[in-house]
Design a protein around this ligand. Structure first.
Ligand code: OAD
Length: 232
């Protein structure tokens, strides 16, 4: 059975109104990573970190999936082989568009985690310093987000998927954060054909056999339609 593995980044959610990270007005132009997205930042100033993710959660719940998310859900429904989405995004727009096979390697805004007992539960819209874990009552709750310096989630699913993929497709990511940035090269070496769908060419683009540039809402539905037409 043919297997398609898709890596998505902030670019696929940009047209849903969620900011990317590394554009001129991106999130990392407005906030320093070391202030809001590391375990040390959370120890130093948990209120600031909660505030950053509370704002992003508020934005994400108001956003709707766009036709690029919809096209990937259609691919999973209609493709005769296997489709796995590995997303670096912490929004839930893939799921809300109907995708079922999704790994959130950088965690999820709608998740909360207790760093005392590792219990996970659905995050309230606003998380606060001093919130208690519903399981162990420790005041040790944090957003269930993978910060810089932490190990991404789902590696036990991701590694074998990359090794056995026939097609690896990267959508809307700048390829600047590891390990995701190495997935195209890795799956390519293991035998996959590699395709990049992105707004514009970047240094990362040379890792791919094939590239399509433009807005995700245009390029992704067109690419999905092509795959489904080819395989019928
Ligand atoms: P970036 O902001 O680094 O890259 C977004 C990519 O999407 C760029 O290549 C843009 O050109 C492209 N893009 C922008 N608008 C687009 C559109 N409408 N259609 C298609 N492409 C578009 O975001 P990521 O690569 O996702 O991690 O960033 C990776 C990780 O870095 C994030 O998961 C986050 C961040 O730090 C953590 O916080 C751990």
């Amino acid at each position: 059975m043919e297997k398609i593995v898709i890596l998505t980044g902030a670019g696929i959610s940009a047209e849903s109104g969620l900011g990317t990270f590394r554009d001129e007005e991106g999130l990392w132009a407005q906030h320093r990573i070391e202030d809001v997205a590391t375990p040390e930042a959370f120890v130093r100033n948990p209120g600031l970190v909660h505030g950053f993710y509370n704002a992003r959660r508020a934005q994400a719940v108001k956003a709707n999936p766009n036709v690029a998310h919809g096209a990937l859900a259609r691919l999973e429904r209609e493709f005769t082989g296997e489709v796995l989405i590995i997303t670096q995004n912490v929004d839930d727009l893939h799921e809300r568009a109907g995708s079922q096979s999704v790994v959130h390697m950088h965690g999820a805004l709608n998740g909360a985690l207790c760093h005392d007992c590792d219990h996970r539960w659905e995050a309230p819209l606003v998380m606060r310093v001093g919130d208690q874990c519903p399981q162990c009552s420790a005041q040790a709750t944090r957003p269930d987000i993978v910060w810089f310096g932490e190990v991404p989630y789902g590696m036990e699913v991701i590694d074998p998927a990359l090794s056995t993929a026939d097609l690896f497709v990267s959508i809307g990511t700048s390829g600047q954060v590891y390990p995701a940035a190495a997935y195209a090269q890795h799956s390519g070496r293991m035998g996959a054909r590699t395709v990049e769908l992105n707004l514009e060419q970047a240094a990362y683009s040379r890792d791919f056999d094939e590239q399509h540039y433009g807005l995700a809402t245009e390029v992704v539905p067109a690419w999905v339609a092509g795959i489904l037409a080819d395989r019928h």
